[in-house]
Design a protein around this ligand. Structure first.
Ligand SMILES: [Zn+2]
Length: 128
């Protein structure tokens, strides 16, 4: 496991996330992920630590309003959010990680356009 650092574009939002050096992330084709090019690294909240920018985050919701899409109010980048699939966890945007601690990244497609039919295919959160 490594401590990866990341954040938004302007630098207001910064965080650390504990995850393997060889990352497995998912690329979702739902309406919002397609438009933002989001790559999901989903972790338990205990492995995510917001360093700065809590007061610079805005929340966007749509449809079921279960997912809390958090974006930086200055630069507009969604570097992490609370996903509908794992509301007890955090989805970090792997595109927003500093690449110095990443050894490799494998990208699995997720058919979020047909969310209800595919949600069972997502792995449960790692424990601890
Ligand atoms: Zn920003």
């Amino acid at each position: 496991m490594a401590i990866h650092k990341g954040g938004c574009h302007c630098g207001a939002v910064r965080f650390e996330v504990e995850a393997p050096e060889d990352l497995e992330v998912s690329e979702c084709n739902c309406s919002i992920c397609t438009k933002s090019g989001y790559l999901h690294l989903i972790v338990p909240r205990s492995r995510f630590h917001l360093i700065s920018g809590a007061d610079n985050l805005e929340t966007y919701t749509f449809d079921t309003h279960e997912a809390k899409h958090l974006f930086c109010r200055t630069c507009g980048i969604k570097s992490f959010y609370i996903p509908r699939s794992h509301p007890e966890g955090i989805s970090v945007n792997a595109r927003c990680l500093d690449d110095t601690t990443i050894n490799s990244m494998s990208i699995e497609p997720f058919d979020g356009r047909n969310w209800e039919a595919n949600i069972h295919k997502l792995k449960p959160l790692p424990t601890g």
